[in-house]
Design a protein around this ligand. Structure first.
Ligand code: 4NP
Length: 161
């Protein structure tokens, strides 16, 4: 089992969207029992809330249904997850500050490092912007999640066929 946690600031836009994109790819690959996905936020401000209505609307246009409820990152997440994937510099700095030991620190990744079709260095916060920002977030996340799955998939292929 590989456990992946996507992290953004509020856990109402980018990381729940990443979770939905990755879940679809994992299901398409028949790996639901091998890869577990969750998302969390650096701040607890939106705890318990559904994803932002604008993010849900843009997601729906591509057939994604966002059901996650916002929650903050907890110390136990660093032990429970194998990969902890932040969206931008600030998320990554905050995660590194919270990592309980060097072993957990080493699990922290940057979402855009898995992109193969975009040269962006971070997934920008769409919260205070317009519609294009939300579309760009989904474009980046679809690219990055496909790259992430390609990277971890060989580990499962050994056991499948
Ligand atoms: P997210 O977007 O980090 O992609 O979920 C944001 C959501 C809320 C806030 C900032 C970013 N906020 O400041 O409340």
């Amino acid at each position: 089992m590989t456990n992946i946690l996507f992290v953004c600031l509020g856990n109402i836009c980018r990381s729940p969207m990443a979770e939905a994109v990755m879940l679809r790819l994992v299901k398409q690959a028949g790996l639901e029992s091998e890869i577990r996905i969750d998302s969390a936020g650096i701040i607890a401000y939106h705890q318990g809330e559904m994803p932002d209505s604008r993010m849900r609307a843009h997601a729906a246009r591509r057939g994604y249904h966002l059901t996650h409820r916002s929650r903050p990152v907890r110390t136990e997440d660093f032990y429970r997850f194998d990969l902890i994937v932040g969206m931008d510099d600030r998320n990554i700095d905050d995660l590194r500050e919270r990592a309980p030991s060097p072993e957990e620190w080493a699990k922290i990744r940057r979402m855009t490092e898995y992109c193969t079709r975009h040269a962006d260095t971070h997934v920008p916060d769409p919260y205070y912007g317009g519609a294009e920002g939300f579309e760009h977030v989904i474009d980046l996340l679809e690219d990055a999640c496909a790259g992430l799955l390609r990277e971890i998939k060989p580990a499962f292929n050994i056991f499948m066929t």
